[in-house]
Every structure is written in C-alpha cells, then in structure tokens.
Design a binder for this molecule. Structure first.
Ligand code: 13P
Length: 341
C-alpha cells in the first residue's frame, strides 16, 4: 500500500475537519446562481469561489480539502494567484471531480450510469501536476417503482471501482461516492435496504479491482426517508440507521466516511452528523463533504455583490464551524449552552 495515499486520506478526515464540495459543474452552478439572481459567467464563478477559499478561519480550521471542478483547478484569483494556491496556503488539500456526470443508462429506463472512464488515466496525470491530491466520482442511485435494478447498481459500482483503481495508480486518493437519492416518497426502511445493497456491491467491486481501502474515502448518503415521504424521521433514527448500515457494510480499513448532504437542510445535515459521532465506538472517522449544506448560506449572503463578500465569508465560516463541531460530536452541547446563556 502506497503510504502517500494513506497519509492524504487520513488528512482528509482529520479530527474536526471535513471537505468542501465546490465542484458544481457549469450547469449545476448556473442553477445555484439563478436562485440568487447572479449570471453564471466565468468571472462570477471565480469571484464566488475565491471568496470561499479566502475565508481564512474556515479554510484553516475546518476544511481539510476542497473538491474542484476542472475550470476552477485552472483558474486564477483576481490578483493572479492560482485558486489552487489559495487552498494550499490555507493548509487544505485541492481535489478534483473527474466523472462526466450521470447519463441515462441504455436499456435501463429511469436509471443512470456515470460516465468518464475513457482517457481518465491521462487526465489524472494532468490533475496531479496541477496540484490535485484526491478525486471524486459520483454514482447516482434513484429509488422508485422497480428501481434500482441489480444491473444498474452493478454497472455503477464497477465504474466506481475502475475509477478508484485509476486514481490510486496515479497517486490520487479516490472519494468513492455512491449516492442513493432522497427524492421520492419511500420510507427510511427502503432507503436502508437500498443503501445496504449498494454499499455491499460497491465494496465487492472495490475488492475485485484491487483498490486499497486504506487509501480511499467513502462518501455515502445518510439513511433518510424520501423528501416526499409522509413520515419523516427523527435525528436519532437517521443517526442509528445510518451507522447501522455502515457498520454492516464498510470495512474498518477505510479511514473515513465523509457524508454528502444531498438536499437536507443545513441544520439537519449538521444535527445528523453530530448524533452519529456521539453514538461512538466507530471503526472509521465520520465527517462532512457537503456542497449545498456548506454553501447555501454564503451564496444567499453574497448574491453576486462585492460589498457582501465579508458577510458571505462569515456565513460560510459559521456553517463550516457548526459542521466541525458536529464531526467532533460537540455541536448539540454547544447549542444547548448557547440557549442557556
Ligand atoms: P451535496 O452535499 O450538496 O449533496 O453535494 C455533495 C456532493 O459533492 C455531491 O456529489
């Protein structure tokens, strides 16, 4: 096992730190900018991400690594400093999204397969030279009538494992992200069942493809009911069911698990992580790799205006700090103390 990979993977999930997912594709960031009335130009995307990476306290204290989109990895700040250097100067690790998105899967109506394996070895070499030390690939599993099917789960798990193998050969730590979506009206039990199945198949494929578990980070969904489900779950239920499914499927050799937020509210994403960490007795680190749950607040505060940069940085720092406390299992105690004061 390559010691460099192990060291990076451990750093990504070090105590009280988590990952900022700022790797929205051009079409996704446009959606986010539309919501705050900002035009998605290259310059606006740069200005926005620059303000995040220049949030000193957040980046130094709470953010172990940042997942970037190809454009950002090559972009320079307004003063000419590469954005990658801003991240490195804060002691955080630059990472890169390398999948080409989830596309409709032939002969599997309603299901997708994530593309991007062609030419990946060459791209990883270039990304390493540009400073990326970890990567991300997201497989998307939807729950609905008759889906997911074993065929689609197998294809996605195989692609994830091939991606992870290519990363490790290029000295890049793979974030393995099989996301079971929380769209739909299914209950928490169905989410548990599908998540268990998906994780079992994924770890089987990782083994077949010779991926060293010590040199990867898992990025799963939490076990939650669908957003349209009639019965929602308590924080304690989500924490118990998520930890239960992870203990049943994720080998202890994996150094850390960094959750996606997947459309949960900011506060839910924080409360769920905190409750899981507090359960204790876990073989791996648990932390965050949030996109929306770290960025919704700063995006709204910024709204594309230079005079709002400080407010946006404060909003980002606040969410990062709350999630850092959650990763240490100290968030709810601090909330209680604040209320009492
Ligand atoms: P969310 O936290 O918004 O789900 O994004 C995380 C991510 O990187 C999804 O691939």
């Amino acid at each position: 096992m390559n010691a460099e990979l192990e060291t990076i993977a451990q750093k990504m999930v070090s105590d009280g730190k988590g990952i900022l997912a700022a790797d929205e594709s051009t079409s996704t960031i446009k959606k986010r900018f539309d919501a705050i009335g900002v035009e998605s130009t290259e310059e606006n995307r740069r200005d926005y991400r620059e303000l995040l990476f220049r949030s000193d306290e957040a980046m130094k204290e709470y953010i172990s690594g940042v997942i970037l989109f190809d454009e950002t990895l090559r972009q320079k700040a307004k003063d000419g400093t590469p954005l990658v250097s801003l991240i490195q100067q804060a002691g955080s690790i630059p990472g890169i999204k390398v999948d080409a998105g989830a596309k409709p899967m032939a002969l599997f109506p309603g299901e997708t397969i994530t593309e991007g394996l062609d030419g990946l070895a060459g791209r990883l070499k270039e990304y390493y030279d540009l400073g990326a030390r970890f990567a991300k690939w997201r497989a998307v599993i939807d729950i609905g009538a008759g889906i997911p099917t074993p065929g689609a789960v197998a294809a996605n798990a195989h692609a994830l494992a091939r991606y992870a193998a290519l990363c490790q050969e290029a000295n890049i730590v793979p974030i393995v992200e099989p996301e079971v979506l929380m769209d739909g009206d299914h209950g928490i039990e169905r989410c548990y069942e599908v998540t268990e199945y998906v994780l079992r198949v994924v770890f089987g494929e990782l083994y077949q493809q010779r991926v060293a578990l010590e040199g990867m980070v898992l990025k799963p969904n939490m076990v939650v009911p669908g957003k349209k489900a009639r019965t929602q779950a308590s924080v304690a239920q989500v924490a118990e069911q998520t930890v239960r499914v992870l203990k049943a499927t994720v080998p202890a050799a994996v150094p850390g698990i960094a959750f996606l937020s997947g459309g949960q509210s900011d506060e839910d994403a924080t409360a769920h992580l905190d409750a899981m960490v507090k359960l204790g007795n876990l073989p791996w680190k648990l932390t965050y790799s949030y996109g929306r749950a770290l960025q919704a607040a700063p995006q709204k505060a910024w709204s594309g205006k230079a005079e709002n940069v400080a407010a946006a940085q404060a909003a980002f720092t606040h969410r990062a700090r709350m999630n850092s406390l959650a990763a240490l299992g100290r968030w709810s105690a601090e909330q209680e103390a604040k209320k009492a004061a």
